[in-house]
Design a protein around this ligand. Sequence first.
Ligand SMILES: NC(=O)c1ccc[n+]([C@@H]2O[C@H](COP(=O)([O-])OP(=O)(O)OC[C@H]3O[C@@H](n4cnc5c(N)ncnc54)[C@H](O)[C@@H]3O)[C@@H](O)[C@H]2O)c1
Length: 398
Amino acid sequence: MFSLGIVGAGQFAGSFAKLWQLHPGVGDILVTDLVPERSERLVAEYDLAGTLPSFEAMLDSDLDAVAIFTQRWTHGPLVVQALRAQKHVYSAVPMGVTEEEIAAIIEAVRQTGLTYMMGETSQYHPATVYARQRIAEGSFGRLFYAEGDYVHDMDHGFYDAYKFSGGENWKATASYPPLLYPTHAIGGVLGAWQTHATSVSAIGVRDDRGDGVFDREVSQFDNDVSNATALFEVAGGGSFRTNEFRRVGYVSGRETRLRFFGTEGCMEQLATVSFWQDREGIEEITDLLLPRPTLSSEDPALAHVAPALRGAFTSGTAPVHDTSRLPREFAHAHNGHEGSHHFLADDFVTAVNNRTLPPVNAWTAARYTLPGIVAHKSTLQGGARLEIPDFGEAPGSS
Ligand SMILES: NC(=O)c1ccc[n+]([C@@H]2O[C@H](COP(=O)([O-])OP(=O)(O)OC[C@H]3O[C@@H](n4cnc5c(N)ncnc54)[C@H](O)[C@@H]3O)[C@@H](O)[C@H]2O)c1
């Protein structure tokens, strides 16, 4: 059993705090946030052990591990600091926003031997789980092409979320470059297809809404691109394409969409239907991949989440999920992001307590994150084809 500190008590942390509080492998949970009322609220809501005044106080404490749920561009340096303070680390996505941040995390994990895990929800999305099984069985034949999209319109909850997150200065950070949030799209593909991206060419679309978001004068990231498409070459032959869209009239709530094409079989996930097909015929697999709701979107636990985003926090597991390895305490606990929260929370606990590598360890996380960082660079160079550095597989993983 280990003790855990949660860093950042904003909109997302509660979903995981609740699960770790229930997990028999986790002891005391303490919370810190730059806004003290947020950590106090989280502690009260889930009956956690208490608050700490700062991240630094958390690192000075005798907690065994920390889970980082701060804003998306902040993770890299916090993770390295925590590892250097001898804490195991769970980090919300993305791993980092530069190649240097990723390299520093890998180096710190290598030197300390501690657990690092990135909480990529698409690792356990039903479509990824299904494709992973089909690939393991060899049903695709030779897989040569895939598509993974993260389609999340700014009007679908993101204005409210960024206002909560960024305060008065929210427009500066709402312009976060779409391709620097690549892990749902890329992780969905590579969570099933055992390869990695070697080069990329990407095209960005300049925003024209004119509301001060995606305005380079205002943007902390000097970014005016709101939609981007990247084509990646992969090791072993073949390619995959991702779309990161923030201005798109796509309101089905299906944020991540995956498709895989092989010489013997194909899988296609669309807004409301999914299919498997091979030389024998076509089979609708929609129901197999459909998460069953576990929580009402009116539940008080979601009061601090923008209404349009609550769907992501209410979905339970789908028939394709094998829940047998999860602790029975999770049986009636709310889940989220297509049933993935339970598996991710449990992956971290298992890795720390058993000293094993989590599925999305630092090396895997790098392969889910760095291709997007390089793709963003490609958009800035008019779609130039750029090589993607690779940190390899985790030592001892194969
Ligand atoms: N599907 C997914 O995997 C998914 C979904 C939602 C959010 N996320 C990720 O989760 C993270 C958190 O998202 P959110 O919506 O909760 O963000 P948020 O802005 O609502 O909350 C972040 C909190 O972190 C606090 N914080 C920032 N720096 C801190 C520091 N140094 N010490 C202590 N507290 C600090 C802020 O005050 C804020 O309350 C983001 O990185 C986001 O990318 C992932």
